[in-house]
Design a protein around this ligand. Structure first.
Ligand SMILES: [Zn+2]
Length: 156
């Protein structure tokens, strides 16, 4: 109720100023005042009659302000996002897909750089490498990825 009294007081003050400083008053001030009063009444209405809506708006602003941009580092959040889309592996197109095994088959069991054979036991220590660097226009897809043995990776 105080806010309505404040509005009435404000109207009174405005009227008083308008009456006493009529000569210095420009018409555009009226429009500013109308807009102000209009916005004030709308906010008042929402606050008193649409409290739930008002609460949700404020809560959303509060939540957004207090949510960190990244709850995990971006790699983890991507993994989380990915796994959340394929719960329990159902419908996961990459289920059972192992990029190192796939590349090894594609390269006939040889290292991409030195062509030495890679044993299955050494698969763990092999490294993935872009054939053409991303900064030089290489694409981030499997066609542009080569499997290299650990020695090749270290001596580059
Ligand atoms: Zn090699």
């Amino acid at each position: 109720m105080n806010s309505i009294l404040f509005l009435i007081l404000l109207l009174g003050v405005y009227y008083y100023i308008y009456q006493n400083f009529y000569d210095r008053f420009e018409e555009k001030y009226h429009y500013y005042f109308y807009i102000f009063v209009g916005v004030y009444i709308v906010i008042l209405y929402i606050y008193h009659f649409e409290y739930e809506f008002f609460y949700k708006v404020l809560k959303n602003i509060y939540d957004v302000n207090n949510t960190p941009l990244y709850t995990f580092n971006s790699m983890n959040s991507n993994a989380q996002l990915f796994s959340s889309q394929y719960q329990n592996g159902v419908g996961d197109p990459f289920r059972g897909f192992n990029i190192k095994e796939t590349l090894l088959q594609k390269q006939n069991g040889r290292c991409y750089a030195c062509s030495n054979f890679i044993m299955n036991n050494d698969l763990e220590s092999t490294k993935l490498q872009y054939k053409r660097d991303l900064r030089n226009g290489g694409q981030n897809n499997i066609e542009n990825i080569g499997l290299v043995c650990n020695q090749c990776h270290e001596f580059q």
